[in-house]
Design a protein around this ligand. Structure first.
Ligand code: PPS
Length: 305
């Protein structure tokens, strides 16, 4: 199925894709094709040794996928180069408008132990993951950098809804009218549930500040011990520079018909890039809205390092 997926993606003719519209599932905006097939996705059967990498889009999913793959493969770079990220890890709720295998079909075929990616908010994650007490690694990134990264991603990804101008996009982001819904609800719900379930909550900014410390946190959560030189190898292989150059992690293998490669998936990989995009007025409005939506939570983000 993996080869079939790879081949069928390569064959998508340029200009043949239409950007998707959004459709709500239980109050959360998702890709139309995902929402149309929601019942099949919601009843996906998880197994106890499944690992879910859950994020609001653009929070560092790909980075965590590479870290987990390196840990699971004892730092063997060649094994981690076996296929592009999107082939190595099924994207659970992704229901491609293309005639390619769907996320849950690929997930169901995968040998255990399985690792998946999801952008679903907590309450939409298929119930079986919680019933089976699966481990979940949640990566959260500050809202301003997430919004900027998402805006450029939506320009690049020709399946995503058209982002419009940055001003228009920022309004939609604040309203939760983007795929995966409200950033605020997303990060808060996983934060609130993290002690009730087996959820490791990782911050993009802390990963950036001290990758070795956070990689060791992930190793402990996965109950994996590795020698120091292997940990160092993982730190190096998963740095922004290494991943940007690695064709198996930088999404350069997707054809131009799906990703407009005038943009780069590995764009900046920084904390605080939002300052280059938010105007003073946009920042004030965003912070005003943020204060209201984040009132009453103990969850705190760093907007610069
Ligand atoms: S997606 O499409 O939701 O799966 O995207 P996601 O992987 O979550 O987020 C992409 C952003 O993460 C940055 N990135 C990294 N930053 C630092 N170090 C490493 N190794 C790394 N790998 C990916 C990537 O550059 C995107 O952020 P921006 O700000 O757009 O550069």
């Amino acid at each position: 199925m993996e080869t079939e997926l790879y081949k069928s993606l390569k064959e998508v003719p340029k200009g043949s894709l239409e950007r998707s519209s959004l459709k709500s599932v239980e109050g959360v905006q998702l890709l139309h094709s995902t929402a149309d097939n929601w019942e099949k996705i919601a009843c996906f059967q998880a197994k106890p040794d499944d690992l879910l990498i859950a994020t609001f889009p653009k929070a560092g999913t790909t980075w965590m996928q590479e870290i987990v793959d390196m840990i699971n493969n004892d730092g063997d770079i060649e094994k981690c180069r076996r296929a592009p990220t999107y082939i190595r890890f099924p994207f659970l709720e992704f229901w491609s408008p293309l005639p390619t295998p769907k996320g849950i079909e690929r997930a169901a075929e995968m040998p255990s132990p399985r690792v998946f990616k999801t952008h679903l908010p907590f309450h939409l994650v298929p119930k079986s993951f919680w019933e089976q007490n699966c481990k979940v690694i949640y990566v959260a990134r500050n809202a301003k950098d997430t919004a900027v990264s998402y805006y450029f991603f939506d320009k690049m990804n020709l399946i995503q809804p058209d982002p419009g101008t940055w001003e228009e996009y920022l309004q939609r982001f604040m309203q939760g009218n983007v795929v995966a819904g409200s950033w605020h609800d997303h990060v808060n719900a996983f934060w609130e549930k993290k002690d009730k379930y087996r959820i490791l909550y990782i911050f993009y900014e802390k990963l950036k500040e001290n990758p070795e410390r956070e990689i060791r946190n992930v190793m402990a959560f996965l109950e994996k011990e590795l020698p120091d030189d292997i940990v160092q190898k993982i730190v190096n292989h998963t740095s922004f520079t290494a991943m940007k150059e690695n064709h198996m992690s930088n999404y350069s293998t997707l054809p131009d018909s799906i990703f407009d490669h005038r943009f780069s998936f590995m764009r900046k990989g920084d904390v605080g890039d939002w300052k280059n995009h938010f105007t003073v007025a946009q920042n004030e409005e965003f912070e005003d809205d943020y204060r209201k939506k984040m009132a009453g939570t103990s969850l705190k983000f760093h907007f610069e390092l």
